[in-house]
Write a protein that binds this ligand. Structure first.
Ligand code: SAM
Length: 283
């Protein structure tokens, strides 16, 4: 048995078993590794950090996509930043209201390799005629995007290190505000509250977004293979509140089968533990 091991904090490591290493490459942006896992199926890592595996990807991809559609069931134009494995696009493309999806992934190799090794998330995404796939830096893309051109922006990024750093800056969040429509929604990777390095990232990201958007919330999901298993997304909007504006019936009418998300869980997810609430308020 082989073990893939990741350092979660100074004093904590996480390991999962794999049968064989499938592929390894250093792209111009990052180290990419694919493994054939035992319990977790095929998984891939970027710069030695777990990105996606076949067993728990549904949790992440349900939660990055569906809460926004249950708050505004009339989303037509979507911008995905990052998301090279295709899982976020896969979930967005399930909505018949969606007319256009622009996905801006900095590293084409992630997308191409996921098509080969991770069809569960990547298959069919490129073929959908609503998809506009761009291989570029997300920050550069939003700087040049038109005012009020998207209903939804989903930031499906790596952590705020290396290529992902620009996606956690005030400059980026300001551009997101500008390119979102009046009832637009921004969902962004909000890190994790538990280990201190991630909690610091969480607080910094939240403060920056709070200074720009009038409505900001944070919601949680449980991801077994991400550090501590307790992860967050940020929800920001100019006008929509994810609880007051939740449209349970409209979302149920879509008839989507989801393995993690439901509209009762939606309400629970925005109700954070006290230590997380306090950390977000204190900053
Ligand atoms: N689910 C994962 C997680 O949170 O661990 C994230 C998915 S992973 C596919 C994130 C993607 O963001 C990577 O493919 C990476 O190349 C891309 N990315 C990082 N920085 C980016 C940037 N500045 N612009 C566009 N894509 C970026």
């Amino acid at each position: 048995m082989n073990w893939y091991t990741e350092q979660w904090s100074k004093d904590c490591r996480f390991s999962i078993a794999y049968d064989k290493a499938l592929y390894s490459e250093k792209s111009p942006f990052q180290q990419i590794d694919f493994y054939q896992g035992t319990e977790f199926g095929t998984f891939f890592t970027l710069d030695g950090l777990m990105m996606v595996n076949e067993k728990d990807e549904f949790i992440y991809h349900d939660m990055i996509v569906h809460p926004a559609f249950a708050t505004n069931p009339n989303i037509k134009s979507v911008l995905i930043i990052g998301g090279g494995d295709g899982g976020t696009a896969r979930e967005v493309l399930r909505y018949p209201t969606v007319e256009e999806v622009v996905m801006v992934e900095i590293d084409e190799r992630v997308f191409r390799l996921c098509q080969e090794y991770l069809p569960l998330t990547a298959k069919g995404v490129e073929e959908d005629n609503r998809m506009n796939l761009i291989f570029d830096d997300g920050l550069a893309y939003v700087k040049n995007a038109k005012n009020e051109s998207f209903d939804l922006i989903l930031v499906d990024s790596t952590d705020p290190i290396s290529v992902g750093e620009g996606l956690f800056t005030t400059a980026f969040y300001k551009e997101c505000y500008r390119v979102l429509k009046e009832d637009g929604i921004l969902i962004n990777q909000h890190e994790s509250p538990y280990f201190s390095e991630y909690a610091t990232n969480m607080k910094k990201a939240h403060k920056k977004i709070k200074d720009i958007f009038p409505i900001t919330n944070v919601y949680q999901y449980h991801m077994p293979t991400y550090p501590s298993g307790h992860w967050l997304f940020g929800f920001a909007s100019k006008t929509l509140d994810p609880i007051k504006d939740l449209k349970k019936e409209a979302w149920t009418d879509f008839g989507l089968q989801t393995k993690y998300y439901n509209t009762d869980l939606h309400v629970g997810a925005f109700n954070l533990p006290n230590y997380v609430r306090e950390a977000l308020i204190r900053g």
